[in-house]
Design a protein. Structure first.
Length: 460
């Protein structure tokens, strides 16, 4: 019964509620017991909120009795611990805010609460959503449920681990350089970085204001569509928020792959990529062809310069953190402190040049997408890294297949497409035109309807 509840889709769980086969309180108690059993090994939660969860569940139960039809009513979720939660500790994964209890709440947290979700707790994040947690970190790092000796990805590490282990049905993530899509891929789940400005960042701790995106993570494309429906929309509290109309993401899922044109940028994204990932990606493209999509190779030259993303990230992270870093350097992890300080070395000229490259890339992508509907690439160059490798302080930032789409701000969906010979999940990403989340959802859902990678469960 625990597994059946834990791995139900959002639509399945909602249908069972309305048939009176199970209640939100039963589901919540089942998941709290599952968290108690599994989380001591996984460390996905930094703060569990059982009293709040049960109160939310009782409220959902009463609403269901009244015939309430909200899509997310009674759905158990968690929030990455950079989302402010009124009256509930929000640490940012850092010793600096280890005991911080906000008196305000992020817009996304409020919107999901208004949609009737059940908040199970706060999920561990890498320190300030930047880099990796290290052995001397204030909080223990999350473990990958597929192999505890490997990272679950960052920085939405707790979100990825909790979803893969069936402890939640949805979670918030944030994506500055891939922190929704990396954990989604490494943990064998699904996540979307929406268009820049599509979902509010108000009340979410900043890392890099021109690159930060908020978005949902779940086990399926369909579940991500439900969750983004409850998150998207204009918010005057976020200066980058867009007034562009919000589509009906759930209704748009049924369109299928037929007739969609997929472009595969063969430059940049296939450099230094593990052969197993290339093979899984090519098989995924073969599946989409069989479903009626057209797949063609293309070249977008400025992708080769997209490592400039790191200059923007470093400069903006230093600008945001410099006051606290000078006042309390001892409260920052040693490696993170060095990485943020490196941002002080980025000159104004270098920052402007990086932004010029960004503008050039956006123009080239827009031109290319006059002839295709979606871009498809491997999400990560390699399967999940072992902790003993990832925590080597001399390890440089790896090449990023995800960062280029933070530069362009396009909606980008990550979903599983296979496993390595060592049993670790592999994935690919689909990027659409601005505010065309419905298109990437439609294509991703068609792929998941034809495959079963997203249904696999880790050995927890």
């Amino acid at each position: 019964m625990s597994d059946q509840i834990a791995y139900s889709s959002i639509a399945e769980l909602g249908a069972r509620y309305r048939k009176r086969e199970v209640s939100p309180v039963e589901v919540t108690r089942t998941l709290l017991a599952r968290i108690e059993k599994l989380d001591p090994a996984l460390h996905a939660f930094v703060t569990l909120t059982p009293d709040r969860a049960l109160a939310d569940a009782r409220a959902a139960e009463e609403a269901l009795k009244r015939g309430d039809s909200r899509l997310l009513l009674g759905i158990p979720i968690g929030h990455k611990d950079i989302y402010l939660t009124r009256g509930i500790r929000t640490t940012g994964g850092s010793a600096l805010f280890a005991d911080f209890i906000p008196d305000t709440e992020s817009t996304v947290v409020s919107k999901w609460a208004e949609a009737g979700t059940i908040m199970m707790g706060k999920l561990i994040t890498h320190e300030f959503a930047f880099g990796l947690q290290w052995p001397n970190h204030r909080f223990p790092w999350a473990r990958n449920p597929w192999n505890l000796e490997h990272i679950p990805g960052g920085s939405s590490s707790g979100s990825g681990a909790a979803l893969a282990a069936g402890m939640l049905h949805g979670a918030t993530g944030s994506d500055t350089g891939g922190s929704i899509r990396g954990p989604a891929t490494f943990c064998g789940i699904t996540g979307i970085k929406p268009t820049y400005g599509r979902a509010s960042r108000a009340g979410v701790m900043t890392l890099s204001w021109t690159l930060d995106h908020t978005g949902p993570m779940a086990r399926t494309v369909e579940d991500c569509a439900y969750l983004l429906q409850g998150m998207a929309g204009y918010d005057p509290a976020d200066p980058a928020s867009s007034r562009h109309p919000v589509d009906d993401y759930v209704r748009g899922l049924a369109g299928g792959a037929r007739g969609l044109r997929i472009g595969v940028p063969r430059n940049y994204f296939f450099e230094e990529v593990d052969p197993e990932i290339v093979r899984a990606f090519d098989e995924a493209m073969g599946t989409l062809r069989k479903l009626g999509a057209e797949v063609r190779d293309l070249t977008i030259p400025t992708f080769d310069l997209s490592r400039s993303f790191f200059l923007i990230l470093a400069a903006e992270a230093y600008a945001y953190h410099q006051h606290d870093l000078k006042a309390h350097p001892e409260l920052y992890g040693e490696v993170l402190r060095e990485r943020i300080l490196a941002g002080a070395l980025v000159t104004g000229s270098e920052y402007v040049q990086a932004q010029r490259i960004r503008m050039q890339l956006c123009a080239e992508v827009a031109e290319a997408m006059k002839n295709v509907d979606v871009l498809a690439t491997p999400t990560m160059p390699k399967p999940a890294t072992p902790y003993k490798v990832a925590t080597d302080p001399t390890l440089a930032f790896p090449k990023s297949n995800t960062g280029p789409f933070n530069l362009t701000g396009q909606p980008t969906l990550a979903l599983p497409c296979g496993f390595s010979t060592s049993g670790l999940p592999l994935g690919f990403q689909l990027s659409g035109r601005a505010f065309e989340e419905s298109t990437v959802f439609r294509l991703g859902h068609a792929y998941q309807q034809a495959t079963d990678w997203h249904t696999r469960r880790p050995p927890v």
